[in-house]
Design a protein around this ligand. Structure first.
Ligand SMILES: C[S@@+](CC[C@H](N)C(=O)[O-])C[C@H]1O[C@@H](n2cnc3c(N)ncnc32)[C@H](O)[C@@H]1O
Ligand SMILES: [Zn+2]
Length: 281
């Protein structure tokens, strides 16, 4: 793991700085955390709510889908917003719930003098995230708990279809930095929602996001990013598996319903990229 990435981290037990020690990270109180062979460090303190961690299959499917470029406009918008944040504040690019590191890699390309950190609870995701970009490191942690990241370490915080803990996000974000949140709109995957019985996104998701973040963040800008995608049957199954519906749909039943859909699968993607500034204490 790059020294500049280790310098972003703090001990999840006592909050002290961490330093490399062989194939581990260690704090002065000798709390020790392994760096896996695949390059990610495990800074999970205690038991995780592993129920929400992505499985190996889910991660492989998402990697293929994102690698095919279906969500390229989202990655491009995040990259631009990251470059803007990097002009405003010193610090790293940190992706909370980073998955495979796809968006982080694009963001780092747009911030050439910064290092990146992928945080996720799924080690399968982080195996890929650890290799996603030469300037990125990857760390297992639980986004619902205190993050193993130093105060004000991030110039840009990414949070894409992933869990967020507003108080912690503010703590790790530099006062001049920006939080970039991507959420689906009610029209996201609209063609599939009814036909496949997916969970619906309600219309005031954005308002609820602003409200949840309000004690810690003030909205700066929100852009709706909408575009059509041409998907194969496999892509359709993947994009369903990437969303919350994955936990509610039986794979055999899903495959049966996909087989009955009209071809080609032209599916609308529509998300909001919301940019927030931290509130002054
Ligand atoms: C829908 S995926 C999005 C991943 C990535 N941002 C993307 O869009 O490709 C949600 C991610 O959040 C991670 N996750 C779920 N619960 C988590 C938690 N409590 N702490 C950290 N990450 C979590 C999952 O492992 C998964 O990688
Ligand atoms: Zn410690």
């Amino acid at each position: 793991m790059l020294p500049d990435v280790v310098a972003l981290l703090r001990c999840p037990h006592c909050g002290a700085d961490l330093a490399p020690d062989g194939s581990a990270l260690r704090c002065p109180a000798r709390h020790t955390f392994d760096i896996a062979r695949q390059g990610y460090a495990n800074l999970l303190a205690g038991d995780a709510k592993a129920g929400t961690a992505d499985t190996a299959d889910m991660v492989a499917a998402r990697d293929a889908f994102l690698g095919a470029g279906h969500y390229r406009p989202i990655a491009a918008a995040l990259a631009e917003a990251t470059a803007d944040a990097a002009r405003r504040a010193p610090g790293a690019v940190v992706d909370v719930g980073a998955g495979t590191g796809h968006y982080l890699a694009h963001a780092l390309d747009a911030a050439p003098d910064r290092v990146g950190l992928a945080l996720d609870i799924s080690k399968y995701a982080l195996r890929r995230a650890a290799r996603a970009h030469p300037r990125a490191g990857a760390v297992v942690c639980d986004a619902w708990r205190p993050l193993p990241v130093r105060d004000a370490a991030a110039a840009a915080l990414l949070n894409v279809f992933a869990p967020r803990n507003p108080a912690e996000l503010r703590r790790v974000l530099h006062p001049e930095g920006r939080l970039l949140v991507v959420t689906p709109t009610a029209r996201h995957l609209g063609e599939l929602v009814g036909a496949l019985g997916l969970l619906r996104v309600d219309d005031d998701k954005k308002a609820r996001l602003d409200e949840a973040l309000d004690p810690h963040f003030t909205p700066v800008r929100a852009d709706v990013i909408g575009f059509p995608m041409n998907l194969t049957d496999t892509d359709v199954a993947t994009v369903v598996g990437m969303g919350p519906s994955a936990w509610h749909t039986d794979p055999a039943e899903l495959a049966r319903r996909i087989a009955e859909l009209p071809r080609p699968h032209v599916v609308s993607a529509e998300v909001t990229l919301s940019v927030y500034a931290p509130r002054r204490a």
